[in-house]
Design a protein. Sequence first.
Length: 182
Amino acid sequence: MLHTKRISFREMVAEDWINVHKYASQEIVSQYQPWGPNDENDSITYVNEVINDAKKNPRRRYAFATVENQSQMLIGAGELQITSLTNRVGEIGYVIHPDYWGKGFATETGQLLLKFGFEVLQLHRIFATCDPRNRASEKVLMKLDMKLEGKMRETIMLNDGWRDSLLFSMLEHEWTKKKGLG
């Protein structure tokens, strides 16, 4: 399906819960998220939801296994959720196993999500949010050339209270220009 030299996307299968659980059960992975750390049932439920959402028509959620090409190991996930079919808007998110942090895999996952959203789904606008404390994710979004639109206040409830969110976006014409297509 979609790939770079180092990673590929594929649809999730039921057995993926095992590798999803290897990262989703770690507190460091979910520290800025409203989910986790996952127990085994949480990881199984997530993968089953992803598989069921892939069967819906129209499909609004695309959650892919991020696979490292050399080892063929599932090292994370990339998601694109269509938030408005009428306005052609989607939201992206990604999660990578900590063993692969700091090596560009999250950025490559984000690039594939943007490519899929703009080139396959023909979206007009793609956005992403991150916790302002999550500097690594903020850097990924900046490396993707997404534009910082601002900070939204108290958007997500975490275990330690309300979380603000930084809002980043890219528009269709910005993607075209970035790819040298326009």
